[in-house]
Design a protein around this ligand. Structure first.
Ligand code: ZN
Length: 177
C-alpha cells in the first residue's frame, strides 16, 4: 500500500483510502487521536446526542468503558433505547417511568431511574430493595467470581455506579450529604 500523503490527514473527520488498487475505498478513520484504523463504530458524543464519534473496534470498546457511569451499557444501545422510548416504538411505552412525572412518586431524577433500571428495580423500589439488588448483582458479577469475564466486569461496574447514584440520593433525602 502506498504511503499516504500528508495532505490526506488534513481536516476533520479524517478520511483515508483503505486497501489497495482497484478495491481501495475511502473510509472514515477512527476519531481517536493518532489512530489509523477505520472508524466504523459510531458512538454518541453525549447521551441522547445525534452527534457521533467514529471509532475503531478497540477504541469503541475503550470509549464504552468510560461511557458515563453506566459503563456496561453500549452507547449505541443507550441511544437506541432513548429513541424507542420517545417514540413508543414497541407498541407500548416501555419506560415512561423514566420521564419526569411518570408513574412513581415523581421525585426520582432520570439518572436515578436509570440506576434503578440497572439494578433491575421498579421506580417505587425502596432503599432496602436497592441494597439487596446491589448485593445480589455485585456478587453475581464480581471479578473474583468471574475472573477474566469482561462482560461481568462491565456489569459489576455498572451496578456499583448505579448503587452509588442511589445511595447519594438517599443520603441527600436524609440530609446527610
Ligand atoms: Zn482507533
Amino acid at each position: 500500500m502506498a504511503r499516504q500523503k500528508r495532505s490526506d490527514d488534513w481536516g476533520f473527520p479524517r478520511w483515508r483510502a483503505y486497501g489497495s488498487g482497484r478495491g481501495a475505498a475511502r473510509v472514515r478513520l477512527c476519531d481517536r487521536d493518532g489512530c489509523d484504523r477505520p472508524g466504523d463504530r459510531p458512538a454518541p458524543k453525549a447521551p441522547n446526542s445525534r452527534e457521533r464519534w467514529y471509532f475503531c473496534e478497540a477504541h469503541a470498546a475503550e470509549y464504552n468503558k468510560n461511557w458515563n457511569y453506566f459503563a456496561g451499557l453500549d452507547p449505541e444501545e443507550a441511544a437506541r433505547r432513548a429513541a424507542d422510548e420517545e417514540q413508543g416504538a414497541s407498541g407500548f411505552r416501555r419506560s415512561a417511568h423514566w420521564q419526569w412525572g411518570g408513574p412513581g412518586d415523581g421525585s426520582r431524577s432520570r439518572d436515578e431511574m436509570r440506576a434503578l433500571d440497572a439494578l433491575e428495580l421498579d421506580s417505587d423500589a425502596e432503599f432496602k430493595d436497592v441494597k439487596a439488588a446491589y448485593r445480589r448483582l455485585a456478587k453475581e458479577n464480581h471479578p473474583d467470581v468471574k475472573p477474566g469475564d469482561e462482560e461481568a466486569a462491565g456489569r459489576f461496574q455498572k451496578v456499583q455506579a448505579a448503587y452509588d447514584v442511589l445511595r447519594k440520593s438517599e443520603e441527600r433525602k436524609n440530609g446527610k450529604a
